[in-house]
Design a protein around this ligand. Structure first.
Ligand code: AHG
Ligand code: MN
Ligand code: MN
Length: 339
C-alpha cells in the first residue's frame, strides 16, 4: 500500500495545545534524583486534586461554598468553607495516592499521619491561599512543597521528617485559580507552567522554562500596614516611588507572586509591630515560592537570610518575606545590611 510519512501541520488549527502535564512528568521522570515513579505519581495526585478544587471554585457562588465555615484555625484566622473543602480534597488525594506519609497543612494544628506505610514523601500545603478573596471572585491559589522523609518508611513520623530546610525540597509548586487555572512547579531543573483546559480535563504545558526578569518595576505590599513597618521598609518604599515603580497588590500571595514572576517585580510581607515574624508561613507558603523564584532566576529572603536556608523549628512558623526579581530583592536587603 502506498503510504506517506506523518508530518505535523498546525496551520488549520489556529493554535497548538502542546504536551500534557502527565506526559511531561513522565518524560522528565528519569531526571529526578530518585527516579522510582512515586514522585511522578504524587505530582499527578496534586494535579487531580487541583482540578477538583478548580471546579469547586468556579461554581462557588452557586453551590453554597462561599462564606465562613464557623471555625478558627491554628493561625487564629477564620476558616472559609472553601479553605476546608480544599484541605479535604488535597489531603484525600495524597492519602489515596500512597506516596505520602505525612501532610502539614495550614488548616490543621498538627501533622497529619496518613498511615501510608510505604510513603516516602512529606507534603506541606496551603490548600487555599488568599481566602479573603474567595467571596469576591478574585484569584486564589494552592501552594505545595514536597520533601523526602528522612526516617525509614513505616516507622512513626519524626520532627526531622517535617522540619526540613527549603533547600531539601524535591519539588514545589502552586496552582493559580485565576482567569485560567494554572499549575506551576519545579523539581529543581527549571520552572514549568501548565494551563488547565477545562473541557478536556487536562493541564497542558503553556509556559516552558519560566524565567523572571532580573529587574522589574512592580512593588507588591499591603501599604495599609505603613505605621506597622520599620524604617528600612519605609526607605525602600520611598525608593520605589522615586523610581516610578507601579504598585500592585491582590492580597492572594500566589496571584501576586505569579504576576511578578512573569512581569518582574517584588512581593514584600515584612515584620510588623503586631507580627514581628511577619505573616507568611515558612513551611507551606514561603519555601515553595522561594524554590520557584530561585529556579526562575529570582531571589527570596527574610531581609537578611535566604529563605531556603532557614531551619524551621515550628510547623506554623512565620517569616518576613521578600521575593521576586533579583535586583529588587537585593535592594531591600541593602537597607537591612546598612544597619
Ligand atoms: P491565606 O489565605 O492562606 O491565609 O493566606 C493569606 C496571605 C497571602 O495570601 C496574602 O498575600 C496575605 O495573606 C494578605 O495579607 P493582608 O491581608 O495582611 O494584606
Ligand atoms: Mn496563604
Ligand atoms: Mn490558606
Amino acid at each position: 500500500m502506498k503510504t506517506k510519512p506523518y508530518k505535523q501541520d498546525n496551520s488549520a488549527l489556529g493554535y497548538n495545545v502542546g504536551v500534557t502535564l502527565d506526559r511531561f512528568i513522565k518524560s522528565h521522570q528519569s531526571h529526578f534524583a530518585y527516579a522510582t515513579g512515586e514522585l511522578s505519581q504524587l505530582l499527578r495526585d496534586i494535579a487531580l486534586a487541583a482540578k477538583i478544587v478548580s471546579r469547586e471554585i468556579s461554581r462557588a457562588g452557586l453551590s453554597q461554598v462561599t462564606g465562613a465555615y464557623g471555625n478558627v484555625n491554628i493561625q487564629g484566622e477564620e476558616q472559609q468553607k472553601l479553605d476546608v473543602v480544599a484541605d479535604i480534597r488535597f489531603t484525600r488525594a495524597l492519602t489515596k495516592g500512597g506516596e505520602v506519609c505525612a501532610v502539614v497543612s495550614e488548616e490543621e494544628d498538627e501533622v497529619i499521619d496518613l498511615h501510608n506505610s510505604k510513603g516516602k514523601y512529606v507534603v506541606a500545603i496551603d490548600p487555599l491561599d488568599g481566602s479573603s478573596n474567595i467571596d469576591v471572585n478574585v484569584s486564589i491559589g494552592t501552594i505545595f512543597s514536597i520533601y523526602r522523609r528522612i526516617t525509614p518508611t513505616g516507622s512513626p513520623i519524626q520532627a526531622e521528617d517535617i522540619l526540613q530546610k527549603g533547600t531539601d525540597q524535591v519539588a514545589a509548586g502552586y496552582v493559580l485559580y485565576g482567569s485560567s487555572t494554572m499549575l506551576v512547579y519545579t523539581t529543581g531543573m527549571g520552572v514549568n507552567g501548565f494551563t488547565y483546559e477545562r473541557s478536556l480535563g487536562e493541564f497542558f504545558l503553556s509556559h516552558s522554562q519560566m524565567k523572571t526578569p532580573q529587574v522589574g518595576n512592580i512593588y507588591t505590599i499591603n501599604e495599609g500596614l505603613h505605621r506597622e513597618l520599620d524604617e528600612n521598609i519605609h526607605s525602600y518604599l520611598l525608593q520605589c516611588k522615586e523610581r516610578g515603580y507601579t504598585a500592585r497588590y491582590i492580597g492572594s500571595l500566589v496571584a501576586d507572586f505569579h504576576r511578578n514572576l512573569l512581569k518582574g517585580g517584588i512581593y514584600l510581607y515584612p515584620a510588623t509591630k503586631k507580627n514581628p515574624q511577619g505573616k507568611i508561613r515558612l513551611l507551606y507558603e514561603a519555601n515553595a515560592l522561594a524554590f520557584i523564584a530561585e529556579q526562575s532566576g529570582g531571589l527570596a529572603t527574610d531581609g537578611k537570610k535566604r529563605i531556603l536556608d532557614i531551619v524551621p523549628s515550628e510547623l506554623h512558623q512565620r517569616t518576613p518575606f521578600y521575593i521576586g526579581s533579583e535586583s529588587m530583592v537585593k535592594d531591600v536587603s541593602s537597607f537591612y545590611l546598612d544597619l
